[in-house]
Design a protein around this ligand. Structure first.
Ligand SMILES: NC(=O)c1ccc[n+]([C@@H]2O[C@H](COP(=O)([O-])OP(=O)(O)OC[C@H]3O[C@@H](n4cnc5c(N)ncnc54)[C@H](OP(=O)(O)O)[C@@H]3O)[C@@H](O)[C@H]2O)c1
Length: 320
């Protein structure tokens, strides 16, 4: 049978990561032969990472162990697949230039989805520490375009569980919740499993070739005030809203040492300026919930229910 008639073969970098694992699971469940390229497991590998490798092994994921510096090994891995997705950690964003070099050398890759998965970096301008972060992601986009590699750039907006944890501190018994700015700016909070599914779908979708796809489902657009009120309704608790004004976030972005100046700049962009909703999505743009209207989504409301019934591990306490 011609390869075109079969499910595409997908290679994921960063597949053991916070968001990457959802892409690996979605890829397998959507029927794609799936492999991950991961650093060799060793004494320093975290138990959660080892557990994921065991889980992946049990569901048929092929694990290729290697470093990002091993050009020939990456080229050999790429030659056996059709689609490449990178969910590498933020500090590794520029290392994706090595993946790009390997894709050029392999010459067979039909789609590359780089590690974006946040704000739409080509449409916003943030405070300098976040701007520096976004500039690295823009550099990768431009390198992919210049190399003529077929791509899909993904604007996934906020990871919902991660940001509910950052904003509401649901594990914290305190009756105070911090509000950044005036609390009215709208953001988009997408459930991590849905981001995984959407990403596998767009990576395979001819409509998304050489396009940006934004994940902005209507039920996931929410302000901090709305999120806190929803949490109050669900918990029956009442929270004192403690405001951090815009000037304080700007000042912190100027005075905190790197990398601590980045999270405050991200909070400023998303929750004070409302950068995720600062541009319109018009008819010609690609938006995931319109492209895959049949896909069952987990709404922000349901994400809060998950925190009440089966609370996930605290995401990144270090964020703020
Ligand atoms: N929109 C949002 O709310 C949001 C939130 C967080 C992150 N993000 C974005 O999502 C993307 C993925 O972030 P993440 O937090 O999911 O990543 P992560 O969990 O921190 O890391 C992903 C993977 O990168 C690999 N990695 C880590 N350090 C490495 C190193 N020194 N050398 C080579 N590989 C290394 C690891 O894979 P192995 O151990 O298998 O090698 C790791 O599992 C990034 O672009 C980030 O900016 C978005």
């Amino acid at each position: 049978m011609a390869r075109e008639a079969e499910a595409s073969r997908i290679l994921i970098f960063g597949g053991t990561g916070y968001i990457g694992k959802h892409m690996v699971r979605a890829s397998v469940s959507l029927g794609h032969p799936t492999c991950i390229y991961a650093r060799p497991a060793g004494p320093a590998t975290r138990p959660s990472n080892l557990n994921l490798r065991r889980e992946f092994h049990s569901i048929g994921v092929h694990i290729i162990e290697g470093e990002l510096e091993e050009h020939e090994k990456i080229v050999a891995a790429l030659k056996k697949v059709d689609i490449v997705i990178s969910a590498l950690a933020y500090p590794q964003v520029l290392d994706q230039l090595k993946i790009i070099d390997a894709i050029i050398a392999a010459g067979n890759i039909k789609r590359f989805v780089p590690s974006d998965f946040g704000c739409e970096e080509d449409k916003i301008k943030a405070l300098p520490p976040f701007e520096e972060f976004l500039e690295k992601k823009r550099k990768i986009r431009r390198a992919i375009e210049a190399a003529g590699i077929p791509f899909t750039f993904v604007t996934a907006n906020c990871f919902a569980t991660y940001f509910v944890d950052v904003l509401l501190h649901p594990h914290d018994p305190s009756d105070e919740i911090v509000v950044y700015g005036n609390g009215e700016a709208k953001a988009v909070l997408n459930y991590e499993e849905d981001i995984g599914k959407y990403t596998i779908k767009v990576a395979n979708d001819p409509r998304a070739c050489n396009r940006v796809v934004t994940y902005r489902p209507e039920p996931n657009i929410i302000s901090q005030h709305q999120l806190i009120s929803l949490w109050e309704e669900k918990t029956g608790r009442s929270f004192k809203r403690v405001y951090v004004p815009e000037e304080d976030l700007v000042k912190l972005s100027q005075t905190l040492p790197p990398p601590e100046n980045i999270p405050v700049s991200i909070l400023h962009s998303i929750f004070v300026k409302g950068d995720m909703m600062s541009y319109e999505i018009i008819e010609d743009d690609l938006e995931a919930s319109r492209m895959y209207a049949e896909m069952q989504l987990t709404t922000v409301d349901q994400v809060l229910d998950i925190f009440l019934t089966d609370p996930p591990e605290p995401a990144r306490a270090a964020f703020v």
